[in-house]
Write a protein that binds this ligand. Structure first.
Ligand code: AP5
Ligand code: ZN
Length: 217
């Protein structure tokens, strides 16, 4: 099964993809995580992406489509994947359908996490991530079970994302409204879009997603 998570910054795409990965035997592909790894490595892709990411802008379609195409061709993606953060533009959505079609594959379902904008900035400003394993937490809604210790790996080191500053979040939301929200009708017209109430507590959102996945033939 191949799944897309769509939704604004802070909607819970990363949180929910990680929860579903193991249970459904799928691989999470986060284009944001891939780009942050390139930035950390100081690669050519990272250098091109960094200033745009820091400004809350999308990186170019050409760069991201090439990166994603390489990733989904890898062996671990052949049994199905969860796209988290891709596609973000109509051009990316069309390119994705074409590259999958060439391989006799397709997207089975697009899960749209619907969250009101006034909630998003607070969620993002409370977010922190385990520096060792990447598990995401939230100061208010999702703290580690033991304060200061990662539930998953026991690490005591946490980081915050450079683009989670309030002024950058405003820009990310503008990019979302202008470039990403318009792709919802693209998936709606092919009957692949399922809207999920992303404002419920995390476990209830997961339950809604599983119910939606249960309806997929
Ligand atoms: P990316 O890394 O994809 O960021 P994003 O889409 O802005 O999404 P986030 O990671 O901020 O949010 P999320 O929905 O995953 O929420 P999370 O689960 O963490 O992209 C970063 C940048 O990379 C872009 O700005 C762009 O520059 C570039 N980029 C990436 N992909 C690109 C592409 N395809 N094209 C062009 N450029 C691209 O949750 C947020 C917080 O809320 C956490 O603290 C979490 O614990 C908490 N939370 C989650 N669910 C709930 C809940 N139900 N209730 C309460 N709290 C919750
Ligand atoms: Zn950890």
């Amino acid at each position: 099964m191949n799944i897309i998570f769509l939704g604004p910054p802070g909607a819970g795409k990363g949180t929910q993809s990680k929860l579903l990965e193991d249970q459904y035997g799928l691989v999470q592909i986060s284009t944001g995580d891939m780009l942050r790894a390139e930035v950390a490595r100081g690669s050519a892709i990272g250098q091109e992406a960094k200033s745009l990411m820091d400004a809350g802008k999308l990186v170019s379609d050409a760069l991201i489509i090439a990166m994603l195409k390489g990733r989904i061709a890898q062996d671990d993606c052949q049994n199905g994947f969860i796209l988290d953060g891709f596609p973000r533009t109509l051009a990316q959505a069309e390119a994705l359908d074409e590259m999958l079609k060439a391989d006799g594959k397709s997207i089975d379902v697009v899960l749209f996490l619907d969250v009101d904008e006034d909630i998003l900035a607070d969620r993002i400003s409370g977010r922190f991530t385990c520096a060792n394993c990447g598990r995401t937490y939230n100061e208010v809604s999702n703290p580690p079970r033991v304060a200061g210790k990662c539930d998953a790996c026991g690490s005591h080191e946490f980081t915050r994302r450079a683009d989670d500053k309030r002024e950058t979040v405003v820009e990310r939301l503008k990019e979302y409204r202008k470039l990403t929200a318009p792709i919802l009708p693209f998936y709606e017209k092919t009957g692949r879009l399922h809207s999920i109430n992303g404002m419920l507590p995390t476990a209830e959102v997961t339950a809604e997603i599983k119910a939606a996945l249960g309806e997929i033939p």
